[in-house]
Design a protein around this ligand. Structure first.
Ligand code: ATP
Length: 354
């Protein structure tokens, strides 16, 4: 196992910068997820760590060793790709043992490692099958098995679940997490799916346009997003964001651009007298007989919860109620806002005001 560091890493393709000075510290044994929208540079960062892409500036270290110019096979990493990259003409067993054979591992040792990985992944009975005879989830497990047999210092995953259907994705999420709890190998995992990041990571790195926007535990990012981008990216349904300003009369409230007053408790001094964005997660809006009136625009029962879009003043708010609501679009609901869970951001810089 090993720790990993990105120290002021930069990368340009031609004159086009795609990684613009990235610093990330990954502790030994940690499960870190790089997440961000398409094109933000997360795969490029992972490929640089793997040695599949060169580094324009800065340093990448694995276990304290600078690996910038080391070829991939000398980095002691194993990567699981989105498309699995299995050899179609090889059985599961041969696919899993292939890298050991290339490295001229003794046959008995290779067999032992393949059996061990197959046992962990529930592939014991499929060792003689070819990739075409496997389901998507099984292929994904073989790809992981191939990484496990190498017993690397670091596992790298590049969107490994994106080819699976929604249900299987949820199941494999839990499997990968369990695998990490068992092997405790340092893991760097790339996805554009914030739910994957929230549910699996010890630490999340949110990227946007070649820079790191925030690093933290899933709940730190959820509860204290550093800026509008992170607030909007993490959480589903998305955080509501409403423009306006503070009015300090009667103990303080937030006045939206159409004049609606929304509650806010203990606004920071820095929030006074400037254009703001009021960030409110959907679950902090609740039904209340004496609350603000809102018109139902869309109502979506999910079974356990009800998701709504509610027009309040001039804003359509995402709401999540942990109960069943039988009302229809066009009807009015009264809602209360939990003022202690309001986030205020500077409208100009996008930064959280604390
Ligand atoms: P996705 O989720 O779509 O894979 P990503 O966040 O992983 O996106 P990257 O694949 O790292 O993003 O790409 C980052 C940027 O670098 C993009 O603008 C992409 O077009 C550009 N890019 C990636 N590879 C190359 C290349 N070989 N040559 C030129 N530009 C590239």
């Amino acid at each position: 196992m090993a720790d990993v560091q990105f120290a002021d890493v930069r990368k340009s393709f031609g004159s086009f910068p795609v990684i613009k000075g990235v610093n990330i510290d990954i502790a030994d044994g940690e499960f870190v997820i790089l997440v961000g929208p398409s094109g933000c540079g997360k795969s490029t960062l992972l490929r640089m760590l793997a040695g599949l892409e060169n580094i324009s500036e800065g340093e990448i270290r694995i276990g304290g060793r600078v690996v910038n110019t080391l070829p991939p096979k000398e980095r002691d990493i194993a990567m699981v790709f989105q498309n699995y990259a299995l050899y179609p003409h090889m059985t599961v067993e041969q696919n899993m043992g292939f890298s050991l054979m290339l490295n001229k591992a003794p046959k008995a040792e290779a067999e032992k490692r393949v059996k061990y990985a197959a046992g962990i992944l529930g592939l014991d009975k499929l060792l003689d099958r070819y990739p075409r005879q496997l389901s998507g989830g099984q292929r994904q497990r073989v790809a992981m098995g191939r990484a496990i047999v190498r017993d690397p210092e670091v596992f790298l995953f590049d969107e490994p679940l994106s080819n699976l259907d929604a249900k299987l994705r949820v199941a494999m999420r839990a499997e990968i997490k369990e695998l990490h709890q068992r092997l405790k190998t340092t893991t760097v995992y790339v996805t554009h799916d914030q739910i994957e990041a929230m549910t699996m990571a010890d630490k999340i790195v949110v990227m946007h346009d070649g820079v790191v926007e925030q690093v933290g535990s899933p709940l730190e990012l959820y509860d204290k997003p550093a800026n509008l981008f992170v607030g909007g990216f993490i959480g589903s349904p998305a955080m509501n964001m409403i423009k306006g300003r503070l009015d300090t009369a009667d103990g303080g409230r937030f006045i939206t651009s159409d004049g609606t007053a929304l509650p806010v408790s203990n606004p920071p001094a820095a929030a006074q007298g400037r254009d703001l964005v009021y960030g409110l997660r959907p679950e902090y809006i609740s039904l209340a007989d004496d609350g603000l009136p809102g018109e139902i625009i869309v109502i979506e029962p999910t079974g356990y919860e009800t998701h709504l879009s509610l027009r309040l003043g001039g804003s359509d708010l995402n709401c999540v109620f942990r109960e069943r609501v039988t009302a229809r679009p066009g009807e009015t609901l009264r809602v209360a806002i939990d003022a202690t869970h309001v986030h205020l951001f500077d409208a100009e810089t996008g930064r959280r005001l604390t």
